[in-house]
Design a protein around this ligand. Structure first.
Ligand SMILES: O=P(O)(O)OC[C@H]1O[C@H](O[C@H]2O[C@H](CO)[C@@H](O)[C@H](O)[C@H]2O)[C@H](O)[C@@H](O)[C@@H]1O
Ligand SMILES: O=c1ccn([C@@H]2O[C@H](COP(=O)(O)OP(=O)(O)O)[C@@H](O)[C@H]2O)c(=O)[nH]1
Length: 882
């Protein structure tokens, strides 16, 4: 049966099947490659090499042996991952950039870019070309003037600030127009020079991957030369709101050039959305969920969040030199907490704001004065640009003032370094840090935050992260998110981070660490390239109470709350006392019926005297007894691995989404993800579940507000309540009719069958309690006002239609084949024929919590109403009858 497949089929039928298949293949090949690791980083990370460190013999038809030929990939970026310094007429010193562009192991990769050196003479150019070839790098030679106009000018003075919401430079109008035009011309010319080198090295079937804002013209140049070329373009910076992009004089030309690519990628869904809306508003062309369509040609647009080579950082921490660095740093800063900032000295990094927030923290917390130090590594960047020079002076001035103000003869609060560190020193620094402070005003992603997390396996330090860095959308849950412009908030977050208890640090770290080690640069690149290499692109990407959203603490409806705290379901603190009183009342039986697993219910309700029904009633327990299973023996769970596989795939690609694997169900939740993106992803996921390889499996798929849940066929709360009640009636030896039933929940539509279960015959005489609950005059002010739900008419319709009582009907249903009947025992007989469920019409209160449409009789607006209702019931149950 298809549903039994644990992997996608070998011959994928759809785009998603293909991507899932490729993901599996990548996972298994990753293991083989890691056994080869341990030698020179660049070679291992970027290229396929043999044991002796030389490139393997490679022929035009493939490797010398029978291995299949790898997909050729031409990576084109402004900078090569290697920079050159000329030492003689024909000799160069090559240096690998520490944060150089990422590697792609499964492709046969060549890099094309500028080596950061001016080589005007032919001899020098030949020598550099030869030296770089050993590293599979191909240089583009840019002369000084073009570097000045294209790189310093158009790229760094115009596009960079604009894309980071800093606006266009303010200059004299005429001069701006003139310099703008010359810079734009130089930009186009430089892009054509990159294209010429690509064309020279291109072979049929190659994928060409263009990077960043430096090369927005490149896709067009390449397609004009050869429209069959597969071209992808990825932007490492934010793409701003269309209102910002609209201010750029060359706005349309740039957009059209990028649209020449087959695939356009961004770090976040937000950036992708801005790009599509810029195309719609500025170019007037159609945005679709998949991308941008112009005259029948579709350019796919999607988010591909970058990652780091986390293993490389983790491995480095074990190296003796890194250990020595760590020891020195620990001794040097003994008795003080270490805070760390690592940034290029760039306006976008918010360094002055960070330092000012640290000053405010020191101002307000004198007890921390000698106990904390901020180490700020400010790597010089774009030093030819006047704006960057001004920033350096500004930062020096602020640091000097603060050190003068809070320093002592022996120690200063800020150590500021205008220099870069080597990889090992950087790893050591990350590892000894207690709190990392990333306050970018805008940042495409911010890899420093990822690198810090990768190095924190033992320390489990805290990450304070700007909400304006792309990384906030992925590490947002584990980090403390701040608005870097809000100095007061950042200062308070510093205090919170420094005082954070170990268990909270551990949880936050684990979340971040998992993300950083699973969303690697390898995965990023492989996903982007395999998507580009397809000709056809088609991807986008619980009486009876419920627990979650019923008895839990209220959560932020926009999903902007603290995900780490909210992921751990906790009983609302104000409900503890009423639950205790109600559960101790011998006349009251409480059942918590939840989709959550046993452990979650044990942890939250173990201390009360009540019934717990976990996993939608598949497991049942009176808190004084052990768990029993009510799961039918023949419950088919063969589909679990296949579905998990699909859920993993979507979780990896939907920042801040997560999935929970329970014993009889799996839930993918995107409450904390970008709402729009989450919905699109859910649509894709559902489509795959309904039409993909597991479409025939015996499972039920449900869509919640911000979740997708998959269960074994027929599992619902309504189906379970029958069995649960049988156990309770039997256990309590109940014979008298139940006085009233209160059933409160925030249920999926599928589970609303639980409301119908108790629905009695037409209303007769009310019990005193029922009267009290419904009569406005006797209702105390704390009791919530029930508002009859619109759907209560549905319930009465349901009642009128019924010719048999619920018990009669269920008894009849039971005589037919029932997969839910537990073996060897007929639960129905436990209360069949008894009058326990002879509820009087208005002795039944089914309440839906914050739902617009429901078959419950009443609606409760918020969890606050539940607290009031249960508190009031508890008071009444514990007070003597009047
Ligand atoms: O080459 P430079 O001009 O010295 O600048 C260095 C790089 O800065 C930018 O980095 C961006 O890419 C990172 C990885 O995707 C991302 O985390 C960060 O937020 C971005 O700012 C630039 O985009 C690169 O091209 C530069 O090489
Ligand atoms: O002394 C240093 C400090 C930082 N980095 C690297 O620079 C990169 C910075 O990347 P990020 O995405 O944080 O920001 P960007 O500078 O690209 O805007 C990271 O990989 C760091 O490891 C470095 O090579 N040397």
């Amino acid at each position: 049966m298809q549903g039994n497949n644990h992997c996608p089929p070998l011959t994928p039928r759809s785009r998603l099947e293909r991507l899932l298949r490729e993901r599996e293949v990548r996972k298994s090949s990753r293991y083989t490659q890691s056994t080869e690791d341990g030698r020179d980083e660049l070679y291992n990370d970027s290229f396929f090499v043999s044991e002796n460190g030389n490139e393997e013999e490679f022929t035009e038809t493939g490797f010398a042996d029978d291995r299949p030929r790898k997909q050729r990939l031409l990576v084109v970026a402004n900078r090569l991952p290697v920079s050159a310094v000329r030492e003689g007429v024909d000799s160069y010193h090559l240096e690998i950039s520490v944060g150089g562009l990422v590697s792609v192991k499964e492709f046969d990769t060549r890099w094309i870019g500028w080596a950061g050196v001016n080589v005007p003479d032919e001899v020098g150019q030949k020598a550099l070309t030869k030296a770089l070839a050993e590293m599979r790098c191909i240089p583009v030679f840019l002369d000084e003037e073009i570097v000045n106009e294209y790189y310093n000018g158009y790229c760094n003075n115009i596009l960079w600030p604009l894309f980071h919401y800093l606006g266009l430079p303010q200059e004299d109008r005429l001069a701006t127009t003139r310099s703008f035009q010359t810079q734009f011309d130089a930009y186009k010319k430089a892009n054509q020079m990159f294209a010429d080198v690509v064309n020279q090295h291109y072979q049929d079937g190659d994928v060409v991957w263009c990077h960043d804002y430096h090369l927005m013209f490149l896709p067009r140049c390449l397609k004009e030369y050869n429209d069959k070329m597969k071209v992808g373009w990825f932007l490492h910076t934010p793409f701003p709101s269309s209102e910002i992009h609209r201010t750029l004089p060359s706005r349309s030309e740039l957009l059209r050039s990028v649209l020449a690519a087959d695939l356009v990628g961004f770090h976040t869904y937000d950036y992708a959305r801005h790009f599509v809306s810029a195309c719609t508003r500025i170019l007037g062309i159609e945005g679709t969920p998949e991308g941008v369509e112009d005259q029948g040609r579709l350019t796919r647009v999607a988010a591909f969040p970058i990652g780091i080579d986390s293993e490389r950082f983790i491995r480095a921490l074990a190296l003796p030199e890194v250990q020595t660095h760590m020891k020195e740093l620990k001794e040097r800063f003994a008795g003080r907490k270490v805070m760390l900032g690592v940034d290029r000295l760039d306006m976008i990094k918010g360094i002055p704001q960070k330092i000012l927030a640290f000053e405010k923290f020191l101002e307000e917390n004198s007890h921390w004065h000698d106990k904390v130090v901020l180490l700020q590594i400010a790597v010089p960047s774009r030093t030819d640009c006047p704006e960057y020079q001004k920033l350096t002076s500004q930062v020096h001035e602020i640091v000097g003032r603060i050190n003068g103000r809070f320093g002592t003869l022996t120690a200063v609060p800020i150590h500021h370094l205008d220099r870069s560190l080597d990889f090992h020193a950087l790893c050591a620094l990350y590892a000894v840090t207690d709190v990392a402070l990333v306050t970018s005003l805008r940042d495409g992603m911010n890899l420093v935050s990822y690198e810090f997390v990768a190095c924190q396996a033992s320390k489990k330090g805290v990450l304070i992260l700007s909400e304006f860095a792309g990384a906030a959308q992925s590490l947002g849950a584990g980090a403390i998110l701040v608005n870097p412009w809000n100095i007061t908030e950042v200062a308070a977050s510093i205090g919170y981070a420094l005082d954070m208890p170990a268990d909270e640090r551990e949880k936050r770290h684990q979340f971040n660490f998992k993300h950083v080690t699973t969303h690697t640069s390898q995965e990023w690149a492989a996903t982007f390239v395999s998507s580009s290499s397809q000709t056809l692109y088609h991807f986008a990407t619980t009486g009876l109470q419920g627990f979650n959203a019923t008895l839990t603490e209220p959560v932020d409806a926009l999903g902007r709350g603290d995900q780490i705290k909210e992921l751990e379901l906790k009983v609302h603190p104000d409900l503890k006392e009423p639950l205790k009183k109600l559960s101790d009342d011998p006349k009251t039986t409480i059942v918590v019926l939840s989709g959550s697993g046993r452990a979650v219910l044990d942890k939250n309700f173990g201390e009360y005297n009540m019934w717990l029904a976990a996993e939608n009633g598949m497991f049942l327990r009176l808190t004084s007894s052990e768990w029993m299973t009510t799961m039918p023996e023949n419950l088919n769970m063969d589909w679990v691995d296949s579905v998990k596989h699909v859920f993993e795939y979507f979780t990896e690609r939907t920042p801040r989404s997560h999935f929970e694997l329970r014993e009889t169900s799996i839930i993918w939740n995107y409450k904390y993800a970008d709402v729009e993106f989450g919905r699109l992803q859910a649509r894709d996921l559902l489509q795959h579940l309904w039409t993909g390889p597991i479409s025939n499996a015996s499972l039920d798929v449900f869509q919640g507000g911000r979740s997708v849940e998959v269960r074994a066929v027929g599992v619902s709360k309504g189906a379970a309540i029958d069995r649960i009640l049988g156990e309770i009636v039997h256990n309590k030896g109940m014979k008298e009719p139940i006085d009233y039933v209160l059933c409160i929940g925030h249920f999926l539509a599928k589970d609303e069958d639980v409301y119908k279960f108790f629905e009695p015959e037409l209303p007769t005489e009310s019990s005193p309690m029922a009267k009290a609950m419904l009569s406005n005059s006797s209702r105390p002010s704390s009791l919530p006002r029930f508002s009859s739900s619109k759907s209560s008419s549905k319930a009465s319709h349901y009642k009128k239609q019924r010719s048999l009582s619920n018990l009669e009907r269920r008894a009849i249903e039971r005589t037919t084949s029932d997969p839910w009947r537990p073996p060897g025992r007929d639960r129905m007989s436990l209360y069949e024929g008894s009058s326990v469920l002879d509820l009087k019409g208005d002795n039944y209160f089914s309440c839906a919590v914050s739902r617009k449409r429901s078959s419950a009789r009443y609606l409760l607006k918020t969890s606050h109403d539940i607290v009031n209702l249960l508190s009031d019931l508890a008071d009444r149950s514990s007070s003597p009858p009047t």
